[in-house]
Design a protein around this ligand. Structure first.
Ligand code: HEC
Ligand code: HEC
Length: 321
């Protein structure tokens, strides 16, 4: 905030407070020249105005709120650029990266500042740390059958993953369904954990330039035919003839990276399960412009122990119950 606006806010706030105080004091006075409980001499439709000042307890409450307001404004930041006597800070003001955030937190804690959220996180880590630690020692297949572990896993999922994968983990356009057995990067405990720890960035290149409009149409026909859809056979054959350019990632049979033990995250194109939609238009869009789904990395955000529990939860979703 520039100092002009800071002063502006301070003056307006204090003026308002003074005005309220004045109003309160003014209203405490008895009506001039009239005894308490007597008529002020005004009457409207038979309703008389009696000289009744505010009750004492009510007035004291008013004063108390006033004192509170002054204390609060003095102690905490908010009044323009005033930082407050209590040295309270929201932990991460002006911070733009995780590394900066960690540094800011450590500094603030070292200076004994009241970084409330971070202190709560530290307290929670102390309290729940041993629980996560105990779970971290068990293998994922065991945890995937442990109700308590899954309960915590589900909570972590709701907090961190549901906004992209949906609260039921069934995903949406561009966000994979985690409850089926169709995997981009592999569904073994190790592969899921790797996905969560380091994140994934998909790179399906655009093919508009290489294939041209007709080529994209033919390739789309072939891709749809792989999932058993009815297509123009001539187009599909022409697409098939060029499919070698896709095989490096999707495999010559189109069954995807996982089926061929490749690291690219290229989906199986033969199972009629679509990450970006299976309409002719959606597939053409994929081929024309490419796709680049991004799964964030969680190692630094959640830590390995929470990721371990989340892995068990995600793994459990696609296991037969
Ligand atoms: C910002 C959105 C976003 C968030 C948040 C997110 N994901 Fe993802 N996730 C994705 C996208 C997009 C992909 C697919 C990447 C690709 O296209 O290759 C993905 C992929 C995955 C995969 C790989 C699926 C496969 O088929 O191999 C798993 C497992 C996964 N996410 C689990 C999680 C978990 C658990 C969390 C919470 C800790 C989470 N995701 C949070 C967007 C997100
Ligand atoms: C460099 C590796 C690579 C090559 C080569 C490649 N793809 Fe892909 N493809 C991917 C990846 C990775 C994805 C997943 C993109 C994402 O998750 O954002 C993908 C996604 C797709 C999808 C979307 C599937 C769905 O479920 O929505 C289609 C269709 C597709 N590719 C077809 C092709 C065709 C046809 C070719 C050849 C012309 C091809 N790809 C070449 C890596 C590749």
């Amino acid at each position: 905030m520039t100092s002009f606006w800071s002063i502006w806010v301070i003056v307006l706030t204090l003026a308002c407070l003074a005005l309220i105080l004045g109003l309160l004091l003014w209203n405490l006075k008895n009506y001039v020249g009239v005894e308490e409980g007597e008529s002020c001499g005004h009457e409207f439709d038979g309703i008389e105005e009696i000289n009744n000042p505010l009750p004492k307890w009510w007035t004291y409450m008013f004063f108390a709120t006033f004192v509170w307001a002054v204390y609060y404004l003095a102690a905490y930041p908010g009044l323009g650029n005033w930082q407050g006597l209590a040295k309270w800070t929201s932990s991460n003001q002006g911070v733009t990266s995780l590394a900066e955030s960690k540094r800011a937190t450590e500094e603030a804690l070292a200076n004994g500042e009241k970084v409330q959220l971070d202190q709560e996180i530290i307290a929670a880590d102390e309290r729940f740390g041993p629980i996560f630690e105990a779970f971290a020692k068990q293998d994922i297949e065991t945890l995937a059958k442990d109700e308590k572990a899954l309960e915590i896993g589900q909570r972590l999922f709701s907090q961190n993953c549901a906004q992209c994968h949906g609260s039921d983990a069934r995903g949406g356009i561009g966000f994979p369904n985690l409850t089926d057995k169709d995997w981009l990067y592999g569904g073994s405990p190790d592969k899921i954990k790797e996905t969560l720890l380091i994140g994934r960035v998909a790179a399906m290149p655009p093919w508009k330039a290489a294939l041209g409009e007709q080529g994209v149409k033919e390739m789309t026909a072939y891709v749809l035919s792989l999932s058993g859809r009815k297509v123009n056979q001539k187009d599909a054959d022409a697409g098939k003839a060029k499919f070698a350019m896709c095989a490096a990632c999707h495999g010559m049979d189109g069954k995807g990276s996982v089926a061929h033990n490749l690291p690219f995250g290229a989906p199986n194109l033969t199972d009629n399960i679509w990450l970006y939609g299976g309409s002719q238009r959606a597939v053409e869009e994929t081929l024309n412009n490419g796709r680049a789904g991004v799964m964030p990395a969680w190692k630094d955000i959640l830590g390995e122990e929470k990721v371990h529990l989340l892995t068990a939860y995600v793994y459990s979703l696609s296991q037969d119950k």
